[in-house]
Ligand binder design. Structure first.
Ligand SMILES: *Cc1c(COP(=O)(O)O)cnc(C)c1O
Length: 393
């Protein structure tokens, strides 16, 4: 069951090597809003391709470009575009590609704010979204006829269902729909959807790509023509650019992506396996507990998963009793984090989707960080004991 994680060998060099740094071991942060020119001719030449020449940092900045190129290389993408957040990347992608009257097919249990974007703003703009069970290939095939875009996430948020990416990408292609996937959970270390026929890959770079919980950033990568189409809306109209300093932090954080992901794989699976065998846990949702990497598009498990406890109160007591594992949103950093899903249910616009898609209020989502795995387990085991209050369901 514990298959070793497999990460392409070239990642290590792509992520540690930098070019055009003028000899500096670390690339500079080009912290400037604008770039100047010596002549109108030179300025005109730059204006011929404003997204690719340094003119103004909202459109292009060398530090941001260095991050985009590294990310494109490890996702095996033609091009990439960085954003101020994962949601900045998601909203720019949808607003860049869709028009009023278009239909989107989206799998159940995507990132909650992506769900709210589709059911809120995009609906208001005249773009309809249909939600389907992504594990039901026939249902997706039926729904995607005449749709403009198929929106995927695998494993899915909160429930961690693994989808069949090659089949879903082929179905979208046959229907003439653009396929888009949020690949934040696996990171390119463990899943490269473009190799399986997906057109565009999104990331919240705030998670594993950054790896240190010190940056909020996003990126979309994939077919150059689609990135250019997104750019035509993102640069002039939306403006949610990635800052040079955040790009620099991402370049730094990504140097250790392969090392961190190997550790997350091992520690996450170890903690999940122990939790699954504990009487206080009624259901485990980690794709590697009872699942296999054989024949999967995943080559490793990351360390974000969820489990159900006896009751919402038990989940609450468990979370309150944790000490080393902190309570917090987000994930993908060095630190272990727990999130009681009952708090997701009190956010406006999500209650229906959470209940309809199988997220219950007795769940805890856990991110296993890079602390010593026995220290993490001691903290969790102690909290599990406290969660089992006598005489209460
Ligand atoms: C966090 C997250 C996002 C949103 O990213 P931000 O950087 O917070 O805007 C998108 N998708 C997934 C799966 C996420 O976990």
């Amino acid at each position: 069951m514990t298959s070793d994680p497999d990460i392409p060998a070239d990642f290590a060099t792509i992520l540690t090597e930098d070019s055009d740094t003028g000899g500096a071991a670390v690339p500079p942060i080009t912290q400037t809003s604008l770039f100047t020119f010596d002549s109108v001719d030179a300025m005109e030449a730059a204006f011929r391709a404003p997204e690719r020449n340094p003119i103004y940092t909202r459109g292009m900045n060398p530090t941001v470009r260095a991050f985009e190129k590294k990310l494109a290389a490890i996702e095996r993408a033609e091009d990439a575009r960085g954003f101020a957040s994962g949601m900045g990347a998601i909203s720019a992608t949808l607003l860049g590609l869709l028009h009023a009257g278009d239909r989107v097919v989206c799998v159940n249990n995507v990132y909650p704010d992506a769900y709210r974007l589709m059911t809120g703003l995009m609906a208001r703009m005249g773009v309809e979204t249909v939600f389907v069970d992504g594990t039901d290939i026939a249902a997706v095939q039926g729904a995607v006829k005449g749709a403009k875009l198929l929106y995927l996430e695998s494993p899915t948020s909160m429930t961690f269902d693994v989808l069949d990416l090659p089949s879903l990408a082929a179905i979208a292609r046959a229907a003439g729909a653009i396929s888009v996937i949020d690949n934040s959970w696996a990171s390119p270390a463990f899943q490269r959807p473009i190799e399986h026929g997906v057109d565009l890959v999104l990331h919240s770079a705030s998670k594993y790509l950054s790896g240190h919980s010190d940056t909020v950033a996003g990126v979309v990568c994939g077919r150059a023509d689609l990135i250019a189409q997104i750019n035509r809306v993102a640069y002039p109209s939306l403006g949610a650019k990635l800052s040079p300093f955040d790009a620099w932090l991402l370049i730094r954080g990504m140097r250790t992506l392969p090392l961190r992901m190997r550790q997350h794989h091992c520690s996450g699976l170890e903690v999940a396996t122990r939790l699954a065998g504990h009487p206080a846990v009624s259901e485990m949702r980690h794709p590697g507990v009872g699942g296999t990497l054989d024949g999967s598009t995943l080559s490793g498990w990351s360390s974000l998963f969820a489990f159900r406890m006896q009751s919402p109160k038990a989940a609450r007591r468990f979370c309150d009793a944790l000490r080393l594992v902190r309570l917090g949103v987000s994930w993908g950093g060095h630190e272990s984090l727990a999130f009681p899903t009952q708090l997701g249910l009190i956010q406006p616009g999500l209650t229906n989707s959470f209940h309809a898609f199988g997220v219950s209020d007795d769940m805890v989502r856990l991110h296993v960080g890079l602390e010593d795995v026995e220290d993490i387990w001691r903290d969790i085991e102690h909290a599990l004991e406290i969660s089992e209050a006598p005489g209460e369901a």
